[in-house]
Design a protein around this ligand. Structure first.
Ligand code: SF4
Length: 460
């Protein structure tokens, strides 16, 4: 009993969060920044914050995550961190030679009131930013929002500070990536290629946080959108934002600055969200969906129908990031499963509205909550009151899974104790096949484990 203090009785809490279902804004900003080629993320705050952000990303991706810090001490904490950041920018361009630095703030620098725009302008005026190099910045105060908010803020900063409308339209579609894994970003590019559509995907962490081992250390791996491509997004025909929490703010910024119209779709997790994304992309580019992709869809539908008996009616509890949970809930319904408890630590009204709308016809009585008090402790209490057959969430769910003896599928961020999320896509039809396979695997393992000897089946 690792979580022995979790009791069944649920008390209304207004301020206290226990075991949050989210993490800190700068982690998202750092992850997004790594999706630009040659970028060194910079944490404007204390060394401790930067170490935490780097180590969380490193543990999730099993890759070294480079980032710099303003290294606040007592002086900077009282008088502000301008001198630290200007010196840092000078040192970083001299020693580490990135193409750009992406600065995000922290709780401490936000509390002091440091103005990143003003400090970066000063660094520029002082000649600390070499010709052809760039510094972008995003506010990421972690006392509000979550890692998803931080990611969205940095993506919006990319659009605001890089996109240019030259007046010469380019026949390309922007895909503003919500928080997805590197193999998911690669999968988006593969799908676009199959459709024959030219896209600009940003950010793009493929080949950065899943870079191949070559025996040689490269400070800036080959992946990531290049600065000229990022600038060209202002001349694109239109944008598709993936995820209204993590992707949409970037598309809004692009529309505001360069008048590039956009549509928002869910991150293509599962059958219907992938259908919608592909239809949107094919319509935006004026192309047909090729047979190769229709075949992938057919294979997913085949799996779903063949295995329906094992999915049917199974109760599921899930927690994680809103842009994942919305299409994931929809996919669980398509598998004829019953999502009964759904939690996201990221605040925002649209989450509950979307989930309620998805569940309205079949499971209107499900427990759904998001925001600071929607924590893993509450999820555990809900499970104690109404047990489930399956738990889906990040690594922190393993304690509940063990205590309550529930089959567990790791999904989301962070996953600290398994691999796979860095190698195989979770999105598109192929990602849905993988997810269904993982769910089936744990459900069948449970069935095998619990079956009495006389009904222990060789063939399922
Ligand atoms: S929550 Fe605030 S203080 Fe804590 S690591 Fe994140 S930025 Fe730093």
């Amino acid at each position: 009993m690792l979580l022995r203090h979790t009791n069944k009785e649920i008390l209304e809490r207004e301020a206290l969060t226990i075991n949050p279902a989210k993490t800190c804004q700068p982690i998202g900003a750092m992850y997004a920044a790594l999706g630009i080629h040659g970028c060194l993320p910079h944490s404007h705050g204390s060394q401790g914050c930067c170490s935490y952000h780097r180590s969380t990303l490193t543990r999730h991706y099993k890759e070294p995550v480079m980032a710099a810090t303003s290294s606040f001490t007592e002086g900077a904490s009282v008088f502000g961190g301008q001198a630290n950041l200007v010196t840092a920018i000078d040192n970083i361009f001299t020693v580490y030679e990135p193409d750009l630095i992406a600065v995000h703030s922290t709780c401490l620098s936000e509390t002091i009131g440091d103005d990143l725009q003003q400090i970066v302008t000063k660094a520029k005026d002082d000649g600390k930013i070499p010709e052809g190099k760039h510094v972008i910045y995003a506010p990421t105060p972690s006392f509000v929002g979550s890692h998803v908010t931080g990611y969205a803020n940095m993506v919006a900063a990319m659009a605001e500070q890089f996109a240019e409308n030259t007046g010469k339209p380019i026949d390309q579609i922007n895909i503003v990536a919500g928080w997805m894994e590197p193999p998911d970003m690669r999968e988006i590019k593969r799908l676009a290629k199959e459709l024959g559509v030219t896209i600009q995907l940003f950010p793009d962490t493929s080949d950065v946080l899943d870079a191949p081992q070559t025996g040689k250390h490269v400070f800036y791996p080959k992946g990531g959108i290049r600065v000229p491509d990022l600038k060209s997004t202002g001349d694109s025909k239109s944008s598709i934002a993936l995820g209204c929490f993590s992707g949409e703010p970037g598309a809004v910024a692009l529309d505001k600055k360069c008048k590039v119209p956009f549509k928002t779709e869910d991150i293509p997790v599962g059958l219907r969200a992938t259908d919608r994304f592909l239809m949107r992309l094919s319509k935006a580019a004026g192309v047909k969906i090729p047979e190769s992709i229709t075949d992938e869809r057919g294979r997913l539908v085949d799996l779903m129908t063949d295995m329906e008996q094992y999915f049917h009616g199974k109760k599921v509890a899930l927690f994680g990031d809103p842009d994942d949970l919305v299409p994931l809930t929809e996919f669980l319904l398509d598998l004829n499963m019953k999502p009964v408890h759904i939690i996201s630590g990221t605040p925002g009204k649209r989450f509950e509205q979307r989930i309620r709308a998805i569940l309205a016809d079949t499971h209107a009585d499900a427990n759904v909550k998001n925001g600071p008090q929607a924590d893993i402790f509450l999820l555990h209490q809900w499970i104690k009151n109404e047990p489930v057959d399956l738990l889906i969430g990040n690594t922190y769910g393993k304690y509940i899974a063990r205590d309550e003896d529930i089959p567990f599928v790791r999904y989301g961020f962070p996953i600290l104790d398994r691999i796979g999320h860095s190698y195989f896509p979770n999105i598109g039809y192929m990602g849905a096949i993988r997810l269904a396979e993982k769910i089936l695997g744990v459900l069948m393992d449970r069935q095998d484990r619990d079956a009495p000897e006389e009904s222990f089946e060789l063939v399922m």
